[in-house]
Ligand binder design. Structure first.
Ligand code: GLN
Length: 241
């Protein structure tokens, strides 16, 4: 942690925040405060520089045009890439995930460069849009319970050698490549297609981000009964569908 306060940066809420992705910021803040950590939150609009001194950066999803604008501005600004180089934790959702990769197809049908912070490439799927509930098992090395979420994307994301799948789907499309992978991660950079918001549905992922920031194996437990009940309900609903 760079200071005694945990610095949480929400990147481009004006462009990238669909399907309740704002909730991810609220959950990280809450989970940190429940452990007695002081949190300083910065919402960085797309006309502002991205500070490089954050501990955790959250990036949400977006429609195709805002996604292109966000990629252009993030490339020009350079702050997010510098923060990642400094070892900051980046957690990205859907359009944000695609932007962290090498490239994606933009709203004009052209290849748009991403930030190259994750070894993934996204193309536009030619089939039906991937929409619906997702159930997935998160990479075992991260020691997290099953992931539940909601996906809504046309993009399909292929992982390179330098990225590991974040999860493997039991239900839903995830990366849409047909190989069962969902999202990607490498070091302290994470990407997922899960909305929901994903951290409200899976707060143990927020705890993972906090553990990585603090460089600790475990955090003091908090009452997760409500979240566990929600996960069980969503898993049952998804399996019944
Ligand atoms: N525009 C992107 C796609 O459709 C991302 C959508 C999203 O963030 N929900 O693939």
């Amino acid at each position: 942690m760079s200071t005694s306060q945990l610095r949480v940066i929400w990147v481009y809420p004006d462009l990238l925040s669909t399907y309740g992705d704002q909730g991810n910021v609220l959950v990280v803040e809450r989970r940190a405060r429940q452990r007695g950590l002081a949190v300083e939150r910065h919402d960085v609009r797309s006309d502002q520089p991205v500070p490089t001194s954050g501990d955790i950066y959250l990036i949400g999803g977006g429609e195709d045009r805002p996604q292109r604008l966000a990629a252009e501005r993030l490339r020009r600004d350079g702050g997010l890439a510098r923060a990642a180089d400094n070892g900051a934790i980046l957690f990205s959702v859907c359009a944000g995930y695609q932007i962290l990769g090498h490239e994606f197809i933009n709203d004009l049908g052209r290849r748009e460069p991403g930030l190259g912070l994750l070894d993934v490439v996204s193309v536009r799927g030619t089939g039906e849009r991937c929409v619906g509930d997702v159930l997935a098992d998160i990479d075992g090395s991260l020691r997290l319970p099953p992931l539940t979420g909601f996906e809504n994307h046309q993009g399909i994301t292929q992982l390179g050698q330098g990225a590991r799948p974040f999860a493997r789907v039991r239900l839903g499309n995830g990366n849409g490549t047909g190989d069962g992978t969902e999202g990607a991660w490498s070091g302290t950079v994470f990407g997922t297609y899960m909305h929901g918001p994903v951290l409200a549905r899976n707060p143990q992922i927020a705890d993972l981000l906090l553990r990585l920031t603090l460089d600790v194996e475990a955090l003091p437990p908090v009452d997760d009964r409500w979240y566990d009940a929600l996960r069980a309900e969503r898993m049952a609903a998804a399996q019944a569908a």
